[in-house]
Design a protein around this ligand. Sequence first.
Ligand code: SAM
Length: 294
Amino acid sequence: MDCWKSSSELKSYIITSLNQLGIKPSQQKGQNFLINSDIIKFQVAQANISTNDVILEIGGGLGNLTRCMVNNVKKMYVIEADRRLAQFLQDTYSSTSNIEIILGDAVKVDFPLFTKCISNLPYQISSPITFKLLNHSFELAILMYQKEFAQRFFAEPGSHDYSRLSVMMNLRARCKYLKTIKASSFLPPPKIQSSIVSVQKKTETLIEDEIGFSKFVTLLFSHKKKIVRSVLSNVLRRKAKQFTIPINLKIEPDRFTERRIFTLSLDELIDLYNNLKTKIGENLWLDIISQNTS
Ligand code: SAM
């Protein structure tokens, strides 16, 4: 099976397949199927796939994107949570040896090793899937998101959209905004616009202790509008009470601590983290941030 010749061929494939399976697309499961073949070709071209690539696709649906990659890559893993769609994909590719269909919730199943992830994501799992992807090693991801969600990757410190996601994305990847996609490119059309984003995993590490830093960012950004010193002082006060630690753990005012958390850039957060770790002592510091994010 080659990729789609036209959008009308793709659209009629989607309608016929849904009718055959008796499936009424579920909004709750993010079942909006892409019916514009140019967009699928664009995504595949952006991924620059080769026969060395192992592809992960999250939310395979009816295989409209799968079909345009499977013959040109070493291996493909497709995760699909809807049993009927997973069975449909299984039947469609029963005689294709380089594809594995995984029935399950992509948030919960273990990801296989892969080089590239190309997916039109079900939008309700955008956040956990993005954090999960960022914890994995891969080269490139070409992902479709709800537009407002994708914009958070590019948010500047101090802006309304700046969040833990913006920080962690910036720490672990280089992101490029590729395209805005109209709702009419899907069947059924969602109520929102979508965006295609490329996420290239960084190979260099900006901070030695990434796991500790990630916990620190989680701790701070759960109070992102507050002043750094007040949040950290509270945390330390609680800790001091628990273990009767001497009061020299007081957070002194400095160039970071009087700022609101959401105004700190990635570099500033890294500096702040390293300063605190040195001042408080590595073991106690890791203990404090672990306890406050569990
Ligand atoms: N790949 C198809 C396309 O491009 O048109 C379908 C994409 S559709 C936006 C999202 C797909 O993800 C649906 O097939 C839906 O059943 C599936 N899905 C929803 N929640 C999921 C989850 N937690 N894990 C895996 N797949 C999920």
